[in-house]
Design a protein around this ligand. Structure first.
Ligand SMILES: NC(=O)c1ccc[n+]([C@@H]2O[C@H](COP(=O)([O-])OP(=O)(O)OC[C@H]3O[C@@H](n4cnc5c(N)ncnc54)[C@H](O)[C@@H]3O)[C@@H](O)[C@H]2O)c1
Length: 441
């Protein structure tokens, strides 16, 4: 099938590439001309495991191309996916101006002679957005165009997006027209995954409800971690014990510095906002947000307790991305942590395997040294903080790290370092929801 993807970011680029990989002809559209140019040159603007090879092979097979021209894509493609940003407004509501602009542009490009078209919302949006997209298209398009709007929320996780797209747990299609539903099922037929067919509004709500539930699970174990710290229990053992119950599962029960990223914070806010607008407030999600914010504060208090005054202290931070295997720093807790440390006068040196450039852009104005080597990062540091769960931090040579640092203090904000290894290397080891460990005298 001929598919257009409007918005060639983390979601649009990986989705378009995976559609091409299973045999569809895909045109990716973006209004960022520099991005389109670099993609045409074979330079991939984001880091996502396995993505680059797939893009290059599908471009050479002639199934994947990039353009700034919406008109070209709308003329050529039966199905037009929208994957543009839906960031939060100041008041927590979702900024739908990108969705509106793209709907309007699609309308301008549609012609009755093209025949039937399906417009698919892949961006994460509040319930009822699809109806508005449809209204905008019919308001501005030529008379006689025939369009249905469908919701097909995306559940990929950055860092494993290609695998998630090629082998999804489920595909949700929300359509109020059988014709549109049948076309969408043809798109996904090669993926061999369970398809849940629902109405438009339910599909939109599934995405907000799913992400909010995952955020809730993270905040739940983080709240438990605070109790563990006071009670002298071990949150990792508690999570294991809870997670062995199949009804609960161990996934997303990782205590740490809290959730970040471009999705959970904004989607929780978006769900709170739309539920309030509908007169059925999801109060529970306010508590999820409160716990998430307090997790970083509690952690910072413990660092302060250890170092007393942060001014002029040399702090090494491992991790800048909001999670491992990505260069994305949007709403990254590591970035928030670094800003707080800088505000208090600490001298911060940071390292991340993939996110140095993206982090430097959001840390402009902060005095942070971002270095290219995780061992250079710790030289002369008085404390090392692990802020992102990259695997290479978990298997670091801690004896070497200890030798390079001025003081042997390690704060593990992601509980990824083996505490026994840390104390054998001579560190005092502080983690989340567990007792601190000290080297034997
Ligand atoms: N990133 C994720 O992990 C993830 C997962 C699931 C769902 N989502 C949702 O998918 C949507 C997109 O997220 P993202 O992370 O890919 O965003 P992104 O910022 O990485 O990419 C969006 C792209 O849209 C382009 N764009 C904006 N306006 C445009 C226009 N008028 N015409 C053409 N292109 C335009 C931008 O230039 C950018 O390249 C959001 O609603 C997000 O909530 C994201």
């Amino acid at each position: 099938m001929n598919l257009a993807i409007i918005g060639t970011g983390y979601v649009g680029l990986t989705t378009g590439t995976c559609f091409a990989e299973v045999g569809h002809n895909v045109i990716c559209v973006d209004n960022n001309a520099a991005k389109v140019e670099s993609l045409r040159r074979g330079q991939i603007p984001i880091y996502e495991p396995d993505l680059e090879d797939l893009i290059l092979s599908n471009v050479s097979a002639g199934r994947l191309s990039f353009t700034t021209s919406m008109a070209e894509a709308v003329a050529a493609c039966d199905i037009i996916f929208i994957a543009v940003p839906t960031p939060p407004n100041e008041d927590g509501s979702v900024d739908l101006s990108y969705m509106e602009a793209v709907s309007h542009e699609i309308a301008d490009c549609l012609r009755p002679e093209y025949g039937y078209r399906v417009v698919v919302d892949k961006s994460t949006v509040p319930v009822s957005t699809g109806t508005k997209v449809s209204q905008v298209i019919y308001r501005y398009a030529y008379e006689g165009v025939e369009v249905d709007v469908v919701s097909n929320p995306e559940f990929l996780r950055e860092g494993s997006a290609v695998a998630d797209l090629l082998h999804p747990d489920r595909i949700v299609i929300g359509a109020d027209s059988q014709r549109a539903m049948d076309m969408m099922k043809r798109v996904y037929q090669p993926f061999n995954a369970p398809i849940l067919e629902v109405d438009l509004h339910s599909a939109e709500l599934i995405k907000h409800a799913a992400n909010s539930f995952l955020a809730l699970k993270i905040s739940y174990i983080n709240a438990v971690s605070a109790v563990c710290e006071k009670a002298g229990a071990d949150v990792e053992l508690v999570a294991q014990g809870i997670g062995m119950d199949k009804r609960i599962s161990r996934n997303f029960l990782n205590a740490g510095l809290g959730y970040g990223g471009s999705c959970f914070p904004k989607d929780v806010k978006g769900f709170i906002n739309i539920s309030e607008q509908l007169g059925t407030p999801m109060e529970i999600l306010r508590e999820v947000e409160r716990i998430n914010a307090s997790q970083l504060e509690r952690f910072l208090n413990r660092v302060r307790e250890k170092l007393w005054v942060l001014r002029n202290k040399k702090v090494a931070v491992w991790g800048l991305a909001f999670k491992q295997n990505t260069d994305d720093v949007r709403e990254s807790v590591a970035i928030k942590l670094i800003r707080r440390l800088c505000d208090e006068g600490a001298h911060v040196t940071a390292y991340d395997p993939k996110a140095s450039e993206t982090a430097a852009a959001v840390l402009k104005g902060y005095k942070v040294d971002i270095v290219d080597d995780m061992y250079d990062c710790v030289a002369d540091a008085e404390v090392l903080i692990v802020a992102t769960e990259w695997k290479q931090f978990a298997v670091a040579d801690l004896v070497r790290v200890r030798e390079l640092m001025k003081l042997p203090i390690l704060f593990d904000g992601r509980n990824i370092i083996h505490g026994e290894n840390a104390i054998h290397a001579g560190f005092e080891y502080h983690s989340v929801g567990r007792r601190s460990l000290y080297p034997q005298a």
